[in-house]
Design a binder for this molecule. Structure first.
Ligand code: PFF
Ligand code: NA
Length: 451
């Protein structure tokens, strides 16, 4: 059977950007920049983007496009002893798919709640108490399923199911072509809304104000590299599988630059949006920014709902914000699910439809674990090990196997032959030395920090 293909170059790039732009860009990047030197963080960040992000993206696009197969198949073709790494990556994606979808489900519920701010005055008590079903003490066991989360969970899975079921062109590409432009418009509208509020510029200033003393701190550099690997969805089967559907003639280097630049550009926009809102909130509550600033689940489901309460027309702006979160999440979830299904289909020869039913069906059942009372605790735990160990380990192994045990110059040649502009020897150096060295430092720190 002939392998499916992307319908157009724009379609591929939008899908790749859809994968890269996710919850991480909205709730992880702004705080990370703020905490690691503000405006000065952009120096290590841009450096990491150029020396790790873009080279890694070019590598994955080249490998996927050349071997036309998901991570296990591609790695097997490099050397049959590498196949297990592909399956390890597929497993990481499956685990991420099981809990990432739950956060999307929360965001779907909150889009609805935002219409009349059902969370009331105490968004903290609402989120942990009423919404997640946690009382004053955290549960010692998983407890019962929160049934009001079932419908949003089904909706969140439905997107990836439809995308997988309908295939690359009719599913993944079509959905991203709608969601991505909408997401960019939403964020621009939200920035426009937020920026005119009192205090917003202060918030944005806090984010951008450079603290150059941080530049000499190794922690800041590892934060920048860690964020780049995480945000670009490279090193764990995703971009590689997307690239396996590229046509014979595709501009690898150009596509990689576009994808990376659009993702990092979006992160900046998200930073401005989030800090604008935080600045306004600090102003309205007469607090210091340091008292309101947060990230992750707390930012999206506790802090921002409170900020939304303070807005002039909360019933309009609030739903738009959560809708942006939903769109960013869904397009990433589709890509994570696709990395698993592509791997499975390549190996078993199952049809798309069958694979979609098996994977999304199993996935739905497993993700029920995360909508129990103990779900949040479990989610935090799994997320911690995935982000701090598994993802980084997977990136490191892939770069080591491909960079040191294969002939990297062949891939450079191939990428350059296909592309409008060429990358020089720096590309190989970035993969073999810079990226690997930074990954070792970060991973080592995380492992040591865990004890
Ligand atoms: N790159 C996306 C993000 O930044 O949110 C998707 C993603 C990356 C999801 C890593 C999950 C993950 F562990
Ligand atoms: Na991202």
């Amino acid at each position: 059977m002939k392998r499916e293909q992307w319908g157009s170059r724009t379609g591929f790039i939008l899908a790749a950007v859809g994968s890269a732009v996710g919850l991480g860009n909205i709730w992880r990047f702004p705080y990370m920049a703020y905490e690691n030197g503000g405006g000065a963080f952009f120096i290590p960040y841009l450096f990491a983007m150029l020396t790790a992000g873009i080279p890694f993206m070019i590598l994955e696009f080249t490998l996927g496009q050349k071997y036309r197969s998901g991570a296990p198949g591609t790695l097997r073709r490099l050397n049959h002893r590498f196949e297990w790494l592909g399956w390890f990556q597929v497993m990481i994606c499956a685990v991420i798919a099981f809990y990432y979808v739950v956060v999307i489900a929360w965001a779907i519920s909150y889009t609805w709640f935002a219409v009349d701010q059902s969370w009331g005055d105490d968004s903290n008590a609402f989120f942990f108490g009423e919404f997640l079903g946690l009382g004053d003490n955290s549960p010692s066991s998983l407890g019962s399923i929160q049934t009001h989360l079932l419908l949003p969970l089904v909706l969140a899975w439905a997107a990836s199911f439809i995308a997988t079921y309908r295939g690359v062109q009719g599913g993944i590409e079509k959905i991203n072509k709608v969601l991505m432009p909408l997401l960019f418009i939403l964020v621009l509208v939200l920035i426009g809304r937020v920026a005119s509020l009192p205090g917003a510029l202060n918030g944005i200033n806090w984010l951008l104000e450079p603290d150059f003393s941080k530049i000499w701190d190794l922690k800041v550099w590892s934060a920048a590299y860690g964020q780049i690997f995480f945000t670009l969805s490279v090193g764990f089967a995703i971009m590689l599988s997307y690239a396996s559907f590229l046509p014979e003639k595709s501009d690898i280097n150009n596509n990689a630059f576009m994808t990376v630049l659009m993702n990092c550009g979006f992160s900046m926009l998200a930073g401005i949006m989030v800090f604008g809102a935080l600045g306004y909130m600090a102003h309205a509550q007469q607090k210091e920014l340091t008292d309101v600033v947060s990230s992750g689940v707390g930012l999206a489901f506790v802090t921002l709902p409170t900020a939304i309460n303070l807005l002039p027309a909360p019933g309009v702006t609030g739903p738009l914000f959560f809708l942006a979160l939903v769109f960013a999440g869904i397009s990433s979830h589709i890509s994570i699910a696709q990395a698993v299904t592509t791997g499975l289909m390549d190996k078993t020869g199952w049809s798309r439809q069958k694979t979609a039913i098996i994977f999304c069906g199993t996935g739905f059942v497993v993700s029920l674990l995360f909508i129990t009372q103990g779900g949040l605790l479990l989610l935090d735990l799994v997320d911690h090990y995935i982000n701090n160990m598994a993802l980084l380990g997977s990136c490191l192994l892939e770069l080591f196997l491909v960079g040191w045990l294969c002939k990297l110059s062949d891939y450079q040649k191939r990428a350059n032959e296909l592309s409008e502009f060429s990358v020089g020897i720096w590309w190989q150096l970035c993969i073999k030395f810079v990226s690997i060295a930074m990954l070792i430092v970060i991973l080592f720190n995380n492992i040591v920090g865990a004890f």
